[in-house]
Design a protein around this ligand. Sequence first.
Ligand SMILES: [Zn+2]
Length: 356
Amino acid sequence: MEHKANQLAPRIKRKTLQMRSLCFLCALLICVNAKGDQSAVVSVYHHVSNSTPPSTSLSPEAFRAHLSFLAENDFTVLPVTEIISELNRGGELPSKSVAITFDDGYESIYSTAFPLLREFGFPFSVFVSTGPIDRQQAGYMTWEQLSMLRDAGVIIGNHGTEHRSMLGQSRDQARADILDAQSRITAELGPQPHLFAYPYGEYSNESKEIIAELGFIGFAQTSGAIGPTTDQTALPRFPLAGLYAGLEGAALKYSTLAFDAEMTVPESAETRLSAPTATIRFGAGAYSRARLSCFDEGEPMTIAWENTDEGSEQAVITTTHRERGRRWNYVCTAPHRDQDRYFWFSQPWFDSSKSL
Ligand SMILES: [Zn+2]
């Protein structure tokens, strides 16, 4: 187990290199579609309780309904590390692969979610902020409870020491925050895979560079499925609490597929604009370009297509000005050609001049 934990980050790096050569071979053989079929969904929960803040909670009954849906509809729930390893290896993932994660390390994960997940036999991961746990802050798990989760095979990831946003921290502060939290995790629980969930889901290009330099995999809180070309310094995860706790929405999201997509302009998700225009490259996949739609807060956006010099197609998506908070997303979806599932990509925006 320790060996495995220590080896995860470098192993992933090597596999990324192997994947590159494989991609080149794939391009030669024109098997891009086969690559695009590898896809998985990662969800993020916080509290499973009726007595915690509604926006980050869902009831034990709603959580059980999510797990029953996965169990009854041929989903394969995997440790998130296994999904990443398979994608990097170019291996085959089951067609409905899912990983379940929790952020912060709240008590209801131990008391309520853990027994339910054990009943269903589903693996999961917990990203902890180490400061509140060290202080034995009310509402958080203890290190002893986290040890019991670890003994049951749960992966314990890093969510910073004090849940500070990466935006506004200097490079040195951000590095120290990640490394200090990881050394507390290692001291209490032994070596764990190097996984980092950005507090508030917020990241800059610089924080993504730090994550890569330190050999971590980064997790955001942006909706969307993950595939072989998804940026592993900010992997999307579907938040499924509060407004998104309902079974119908959760079922739709757990069933989504990854686009081979990335934003090319602007180069950063950090913005001061209220209606940034984005250029998004969409690679080949089992969907029709004509049926691709993008939404800003549920409102349809305007899409103009342009060809790139490399022969792929880019969508220039535009929206209208509106009042923004600190974080918002553009969401693009397209129905699968043959299956009753949607491809799903979203682009987050962060305006750190606004309050948290
Ligand atoms: Zn958090």
